[in-house]
Write a protein that binds this ligand. Structure first.
Ligand SMILES: [Ca+2]
Length: 303
């Protein structure tokens, strides 16, 4: 069993990633932490609780974390996933989340468990991970790996021409995490843009005759109209079958200056690296059909 913690901002594609993680008996989901991103943090925490409960993971604790990015007075939320963040899909009664801040709990878990044993999967703005690193310098290096969805390296961003949403939402946090000298695998838009959810694939969920299958079908129908790309499931799928992906070593730094390039992930590949510190393994290739098949068949396993 691989021990993992998922830091997220559900968000429908976060919800898919959580369902994918919940479906696997290879993954020991120690906790889910949430951050402001797709929606404010109280809503992302509630949504994570909803998804885990629906997937039968009532025992997995959820901790709410940062409400604001580092250095800004307001969260940079979006409404891509609807007002409730889950496309208006109806869930059961809400249970409360744990007390305590996500960043503190991340530190505790990384210290409680053997060094190099926990994989951190981060699929929202990186504020919680950065706060943990600020409070306890070197803590992120205790993780086995950081798998991060974020950035647009050699392609345009999705918030501005320069920046992808997770890095744009908190560029200071992204820079702290990316320079923390942890083992870091990045899933930028360069790869997630290759995973296009076809109408046929989305439609196929409606034939899954389970509670989770129906939830996934309803959420995907709401989401695909706006952004038919499967971003956040990629790092979880990598844990289940890394042979689906290919990558390159590179050097990355985040532009934190306010202005048109804010949140841009500047990257150097190959001969451009020229002595710079290679701090990121960037995933740039994916077997998209096999990935989509894995996601559907995994969610099909849930009740
Ligand atoms: Ca997300």
């Amino acid at each position: 069993m691989k021990k993992i913690i998922i830091d997220c901002d559900p968000g429908i594609d976060d919800a898919l990633a959580l369902l994918l993680a919940a479906s696997s008996d290879q993954l020991d989901l120690l906790a889910v932490t949430t951050v402001a991103g797709n929606r404010p943090v109280a809503i992302t925490a509630r949504n994570a609780r909803r998804i885990l409960d629906a997937a039968g993971k009532m025992h997995v604790p959820v901790y709410a974390g940062a409400a604001l990015p580092l250095g800004y007075a307001e969260a940079r939320c979006n409404l891509v996933h609807g007002e409730d963040g889950l496309g208006g899909v109806v869930f059961g009664a809400d249970r409360s989340v744990q007390t305590g801040h996500a960043a503190n709990r991340l530190i505790e878990l990384l210290l409680e468990h053997e060094e190099g044993s926990i994989t951190l999967v981060a699929i929202g703005p990186l504020t919680n991970l950065a706060l943990a690193e600020r409070l306890s310098p070197g803590i992120l290096k205790r993780a086995r790996q950081l798998l991060i969805m974020g950035g647009a390296l050699r392609c345009p961003g999705n918030v501005t021409p320069a920046a992808e949403f997770n890095f744009y939402a908190d560029p200071v946090a992204a820079e702290i995490v990316i320079t923390a000298e942890a083992s870091l695998v990045l899933f930028p838009l360069d790869v997630t843009h290759q995973v296009v959810m076809s109408p046929e694939w989305i439609q196929s969920f409606s034939t899954i005759d389970t509670h989770c299958g129906q939830l996934a079908a309803d959420m995907l129908e709401a989401y695909a109209k706006l952004d038919p790309l499967l971003h956040d499931a990629c790092p979880v799928a990598y844990l289940l079958d890394s042979s689906l992906f290919g990558g390159e070593s590179c050097a990355v730094t985040i532009d934190c200056r306010p202005g048109p390039t804010e949140g841009y992930a500047m990257s150097w590949f190959g001969s451009q690296i020229d002595g710079r510190k290679e701090n990121v393994w960037a995933i740039t290739k994916v077997h998209d059909e096999a990935l989509l098949t894995l996601v559907r068949s995994s969610i099909n396993m849930l009740s």
